[in-house]
Design a protein around this ligand. Structure first.
Ligand SMILES: [Zn+2]
Length: 603
């Protein structure tokens, strides 16, 4: 029966707890159940999982759980209209420091044998609570071989690290940003470039008769290289050429840019394995009037975007220099990011070549810091954007943030469509990478007003955010690179062999009456034939689409061609309700993979 939205028959989303008094909730079984009935896994602990299920799916879900897990119980903890779900937040709180939360919050349940409680609350109600740790329940955790489990907190103090963290102040970080925005000439004291625009390089050929640029960007790269050298790191330049063309006018110019690559070898059995800490150092003022004509001389301070990120790299390198770490760390300051990720694209291209000094499978994870210096609203929020393969890295940041009790509002965002920084070329080749940023959406106005303009200067830099960002980066880097850490998922090799990953449907729910259309993004590790089918509750296909192998929609890497406006073949809009999208990829090698995603159509 088609269900209408916005009235008493509106679909209900239930928050359901499945409790099994043993250790028998396996990812494999959950994965199998999810192939048959749509639900969202939101939390898992030793003996229970929390899921979101719609009323339609609930009977089948309950039956399958009972069938798969002996002695299990399912309890509906809370029910909300589907359309309200985005406004309803649940928090997981460790209450060992505060036994009675009932007067502050809306207690939903206790978990982990009473040590942890679940509350329904507004963000503002929870932020001030003096609890040991808190975590917002994510909208969905991916199940099964597709993602490692939530990391449990371990409280083994690292005394050395705690001392380092206690002594971190924002001043050195601010000083680096200050120097980078001024960009004083390394070879001619007294002169400042005031810009790090990626085309301002020494090795430039103008094909269009315009004057050759100065070396402002080279100068900044050389200064960064020198800072890493002073800290005792091995520093190299990874150079690449970029040619600009204009429709009608042909080639404009050819420019040679440099990525700065600094390596700190590990000292343990995993020293041939690397974590990469990356940030772009180039800047742009394309939103300031006259930029197109005057980029050769116009200031582009790029304080928050992204001197702030480079300053985090340099601070991490300085603060951990005397620690013994198992894994190796490589710091990379990329150029060409603002022209659309040329430095990181080049780097990812060359790690796949024979001559690369580091191969893709030596890179465990990539931490990308971009735009992390400004906090407009005083929330002290840092966003961690991750994809399917880097959820464990995002979780590591969350765990560290809780363990060291940083007063940061860390917001984990699963969004493989957010490709606007140097993490995304790593996503394309299957390397786990996360972005840390003051923002993770172009809809928010917190940063959007000043970035890429001359207003991105020192008065945008927020010391309190910088201090916490440096602390979080230092602590997480050390925790990840230390010996015997519990963060790296064992299943990583298996994940890399997956054909289909980073599947995301958006917006979901999709409001057809407001003219929204449904988009689908996915990544393929091989060229594939791709088939998409949308089924109603009766199992009837109401829309389908096929993409040919290697063509649009079937390419290796990210694919984002699918759009659907909710109309069937005869032009009629389909009824509102919950549907299932089936996505199948079939590679030439014969490998195939299918995934199912629930989607709510609102009318
Ligand atoms: Zn940036």
């Amino acid at each position: 029966m088609p269900t209408a939205f916005g009235n008493a028959n509106e679909p209900i989303q239930h928050l359901v707890k499945v409790f099994v008094p043993s250790l028998s909730i396996t990812e494999q079984k959950l994965w199998q159940i999810q192939q048959r009935v749509p639900f969202k896994l939101r939390y898992r602990s030793i003996d229970s999982v929390l899921v979101s299920v719609t009323t339609t799916a609930l009977p089948q879900f309950t039956a399958l759980i009972r069938q798969e897990f002996a002695r299990s119980t399912t309890t509906i903890l809370d029910s909300q209209p589907l359309s309200k779900m985005s406004d309803v937040n649940y928090y997981v709180l460790d209450t060992s420091l505060l036994p009675d939360l009932s007067e502050h919050t809306n207690l939903v349940d206790t978990l982990d044998s009473g040590r942890v409680v679940l509350v329904r609350a507004n963000d503002s109600d929870v932020i001030g609570l003096p609890v040991h740790f808190r975590a917002k329940l994510p909208p969905e955790i991916l199940v099964g071989a597709r993602a490692p489990r939530l990391i449990k907190l371990t409280f083994q103090p690292n005394i050395e690290l705690e001392q380092i963290i206690a002594n971190i102040s924002p001043q050195p970080w601010r000083q680096i940003i200050q120097t980078m925005t001024l960009n004083p000439d390394v070879s001619t004291p007294g002169y400042q470039f005031l810009s790090r625009y990626a085309l301002r390089v020494r090795r430039a050929i103008q094909h269009d008769g315009q004057p050759e640029p100065d070396s402002a960007c080279d100068n900044s790269g050389e200064w960064i290289a020198k800072q890493f050298q002073k800290l005792g790191l091995v520093v190299g330049m990874d150079s690449f050429q970029h040619t600009r063309s204009q429709i009608g006018a042909g080639k404009i110019g050819t420019y040679t840019m440099n990525n700065i690559v600094a390596t700190r070898p590990g000292r343990g059995p995993n020293r041939d394995q690397f974590y990469l800490l990356v940030a772009h150092y180039d800047s742009i003022s394309s939103k300031t009037k006259g930029w197109q004509q005057q980029w050769r001389t116009m200031p582009a301070p790029g304080a928050s975007d992204n001197a702030s990120g480079v300053a985090i790299l340099l601070e991490v390198a300085r603060l951990v220099r005397n620690l013994d770490l198992d894994y190796s760390i490589r710091f990379i300051a990329f150029s060409g990011e603002e022209l659309f990720l040329y430095g990181s694209k080049h780097y990812c291209h060359q790690i796949k070549s024979e001559t690369a000094d580091l191969s893709a499978d030596q890179i465990i994870g990539v931490l990308n810091f971009d735009l992390i210096g400004h906090d407009q609203d005083g929330n002290l929020d840092i966003h961690v954007v991750y994809d399917e393969r880097s959820q464990w890295l995002a979780n590591a940041f969350k765990t560290v943030n809780q363990k060291y009790e940083f007063p940061l509002d860390l917001r984990l965002q699963y969004n493989p469509s957010f490709i606007y920084s140097d993490h995304s070329p790593f996503w394309e080749i299957g390397i786990p990478a996360v972005l840390l940023s003051e923002e993770s959406s172009f809809e928010s106005t917190e940063s959007i007003e000043y970035i890429h303009s001359q207003a991105d200067n020192m008065d945008k830099i927020t010391d309190s955010l910088g201090e916490l960002a440096v602390k979080l980066a230092v602590a997480t880097t050390v925790e990840l690179a230390a010996n015997n850490n519990s963060y790296v998922p064992k299943a990583r090799e298996k994940e890399i062999s997956k054909l289909l990953w980073n599947v995301i449907l958006f917006p979901n729910p999709v409001n057809l009456d407001q003219g929204e259309s449904l988009s689908l993004d996915y990544f393929l590790s091989e060229q594939s034939k791709v088939e998409i089918n949308l089924y109603n509750n009766n199992g009837w296909s109401i829309h389908n689409q096929t993409y040919r192998i290697g063509k649009i929609g079937g390419k290796k890497g990210r694919n984002s061609a699918f759009r659907w406006n909710g109309k069937m073949g005869n032009g009629q809009l389909v009824a509102g309700g919950v549907y299932t999208l089936q996505l199948t990829a079939l590679a030439r090698s014969g490998t195939s993979e299918t995934t199912y995603l629930p989607v709510a159509l609102v009318r």
